[in-house]
Design a protein around this ligand. Sequence first.
Ligand SMILES: [Zn+2]
Length: 340
Amino acid sequence: MGGLNVGSLVSFNLALVMKWKWRFFTSEDTLWVRVIRFLYGENGGFFSLRRQASGFSPWARLLAADAKLREQEIIKEEVLERRVGDGKNIRFWKDVWVGPCTLESRFPRLSRRDSNPHCWVAERWSDDLTGGDGQVSCTDMKDGWRWNIDSDGCFTVAATREWIDRRVLKSNNILSRWSKLIPRKVNIFIWRVCWRRLPTRVALVKKRVVIESLECPMCGEGMEDLPHIFISCRVASSLWGSVFRWLQLQPFLGSDPVDLMKWCDLVHIGPKQRQVLEVVCGTTLWFLRRFRNDVVHGSKTLRICLLFDYIREVSFLWFSARNKQARVCWNDWFQHPLLM
Ligand SMILES: [Zn+2]
């Protein structure tokens, strides 16, 4: 790609955010770190959920950016890791220093039996304690931190930026997709699907929202998550069957709506047909969501037996109104939209 592009500028800014995180944990005795600790707690507010990292101060915005990177698994928690040296600055039970979580959460009963739950690694260390597979050992060096993106374990903006770029650009096509042929609200809705930001029942439970049932309201048979509502639900799969028969295309065989949108880019059809396919798939997802909401709210504005007819008509209206040069005729659209 070369040069500066939007993606890499964003990545550059995010890498600078990560630099503050790295500096916070590696400059322990400085005044600014002590101030942040006083205001945001021992870990400076890192490792908390994005919800908890709200606020308008520069540090709160930095925490929110960090939480978002972790949520999207672009920079996971394990990237910043404790490096055990003499074990005098790492809490044996309370810090994450061996494995993915604290020893306190892995061995709660054992930790409660320790007379000093805040003890240091050095105080509990013995040669038998080598993390089971010898992954940890005490040395004479001071305890420190490791940034696992760089091979030598030290943070650099360049490597972190490249790391973020690779991960963001890999999914960029799908996550920044915007079709001029469907309404803005539908584009935003598809974004939310692709970013997995729709409040399905499974997603709500993961966020610890108390709900009565996880069951899909449309079929009452499966758990309501994104793959279910949009692809594998009985209602959805029958609807897609009708849609693909109408398009005279081999059906999509995956189980995830995000893969469906990627699949639209890969099917062997011309560019004009691809536009039609995108509009039809977007419209189908949109109507599945509307139908699901109708069932949940009991509003009954859509009838299940007419869903396919709505999709055919509404996708025609959207496509023809936004693509005047194409001069689409309803009869052709009705018969076989990809042959136009
Ligand atoms: Zn269902």
